[in-house]
Each structure stands twice: as structure tokens, then as C-alpha cells.
Design a protein. Structure first.
Length: 290
């Protein structure tokens, strides 16, 4: 017992410096962003002045800000919904047909998660080339079949982003839900089969209630990540055509680095932080309780 207590103290000593560094860095960034958001700081090199809540008032009245928020919300809901449905059915298929850890099963799972392992910026650039209507192999193949789709046209570019996001991040949902599925006691499944339950009844009455914490976790993580998405959108469309695909993160980047309005970008970043943190806290409490 004394040895175990001593080892736990040693572990705390090892992680304490890193913990202090992370908390200090986070606190510094929040304080610096907060102080900048109340100024007219810019990249012009001129001295900044305190302007109170003018940046926040401007954002609340800005159509561009709310358009980017609306796009981010629609994007997050659409991408998360598709990824959740696909992730559940793929993981259930693996759970039902690939229970044995054979080489083929391991290889198929490995191939499935490869898109998730590629950096999002690189994945976006790859799809930008793949879906290009002039040099892209996929539009060329569709053209041979008599199908002409302009992937970056204003009426289809949203779905191009969704397809890219779903392709890359559905494996993440599969991993979480599959891990929840394999934790279900086999006795419960076998008992339901003896009672004559079919697949649909097993899914709705046994499997979904049992893996609900995993589903909530996957939904929460993917929604938050999709809502603040930057890399895929910036690599694929740069927020265009025009501002059609400008998410809130792209809006903050353009405001801070392209327009040079650091104070306004800091205020927008703080609003995004609040919007993300409050739901995160509420969902985390629910997951812990469940």
C-alpha cells in the first residue's frame, strides 16, 4: 500500500510541470485575446487604442459574422448526421460479421481509418486536385459515364465539402461506436436471440440504449470539430466562391490575417470560444452522469 502511494506521488510529480505549463499557456492566450478584443489593434503597425465593446457590437450587427455562423451550424449538423449514420451502420456490420481478429479484418479496419490519419490540410488539397474539373481524375471518370458535375460550382460546393469531411472523419465515429459495441456482453445478445428478437428489435431495444454514451460522445466530438472547421474548407475552397463557404473559423482568419483587424478577430474568437465551451460543458456533464 505504501509503495503504491509512493508511486502515485511520483507520477504526480512527473506530470505536474506539463500540467502547469498547459494551464499557464491557456490562461495567457485567453487573457491576451480578451485584452486585444477591446482594442482596435491591427497589423498596420500603428498603436492600438482601447475602444470598449465596439468590436463585439460590430460583430453582433454584422451580416458577414452571422452568415459564417449559420454556415458553420448547417455544415456541422449535416456532416455530423451523415457521419453518425454511416459510422453506426459500418461499425454494426463489423460487429456482426467480423468478430474474429483475423488478418483480413485487421487489414480492412486499417484501410478504413487511413483517411483519418492524413492531415486535414493535405487531405483537402488532395481532394482539390482529385475533384478539379480540368485535371481531376474523378470528374473525368464521371464525364466518361455521361455525368457532368461541377464540384466547385456555387450550387454544389457545399456538398463537395461535406463529402470530403464525411470521407475523412466517418472512421472516427466507427472507432468509437465499434468500441462501444464490442463492450456489450454477449449473453445479452444471445438472450435476445433466444427470445426471438430480430435485428431491428435488437438494435433499437438493446444495442442503442447500451451504447448511447458512445453515440453521444461521437456526436458531440464531431459536431464541435465540424462547427469550428477551418483546414478542409480553407484548403478546398478558401471560403469561396465569394463568401459562400466561409465558416466562422475562416471568417476569423480572414478578419485577423487578410484584413489585419486583430482586435475584431479576437472578439470573434472569444464569441466562438463561448459558443463552443458552454455546450461542451453541458454535454460532458451528461456523458459523465450516464
Amino acid at each position: 500500500m505504501l509503495k503504491r502511494t509512493k508511486n502515485s506521488h511520483v507520477g504526480i510529480i512527473f506530470i505536474l510541470p506539463v500540467t502547469i505549463f498547459m494551464i499557464g499557456s491557456f490562461a495567457f492566450l485567453i487573457i491576451e485575446t480578451l485584452s486585444t478584443s477591446f482594442t482596435n489593434s491591427s497589423m498596420s503597425g500603428l498603436s492600438s487604442a482601447f475602444i470598449g465593446a465596439n468590436n463585439f457590437i460590430y460583430l453582433i450587427r454584422s451580416n458577414s459574422f452571422w452568415n459564417s455562423m449559420r454556415f458553420s451550424l448547417i455544415y456541422a449538423i449535416t456532416a455530423t448526421s451523415i457521419e453518425l449514420l454511416l459510422g453506426f451502420f459500418i461499425s454494426y456490420y463489423y460487429f456482426k460479421h467480423f468478430n474474429e481478429p483475423t488478418i483480413i479484418n485487421k487489414l480492412s479496419l486499417t484501410l478504413l481509418i487511413i483517411p483519418m490519419m492524413v492531415p486535414s490540410v493535405l487531405f483537402g488539397l488532395m481532394n482539390r486536385i482529385l475533384l478539379n474539373n480540368i485535371i481531376g481524375s474523378f470528374p473525368t471518370f464521371l464525364h466518361l459515364l455521361g455525368i457532368n458535375i461541377q464540384f466547385f460550382a456555387p450550387n454544389f460546393v457545399f456538398w463537395t465539402l461535406i463529402i470530403t469531411d464525411v470521407w475523412q472523419w466517418t472512421p472516427f465515429v466507427v472507432i468509437i461506436i465499434y468500441a462501444s459495441l464490442i463492450s456489450i456482453p454477449k449473453q445479452i445478445i444471445e438472450a435476445s436471440e433466444l427470445d426471438g428478437a430480430n435485428d431491428i428489435q435488437k438494435i433499437y431495444r438493446i444495442i442503442i440504449p447500451y451504447i448511447l454514451p458512445g453515440i453521444i460522445t461521437a456526436t458531440f466530438l464531431r459536431f464541435i470539430d465540424s462547427f469550428r472547421v477551418f483546414d478542409i474548407i480553407y484548403a478546398l475552397t478558401g471560403g469561396g466562391p465569394g463568401n459562400l463557404t466561409t465558416s466562422i473559423s475562416v471568417y476569423i482568419y480572414k478578419t485577423g490575417f487578410q484584413m489585419g483587424m486583430q482586435g475584431l478577430a479576437s472578439a470573434a474568437g472569444l464569441l466562438l470560444f463561448v459558443i463552443v465551451v458552454i455546450p461542451s460543458w453541458l454535454v460532458s456533464r451528461r456523458v459523465i452522469k450516464s
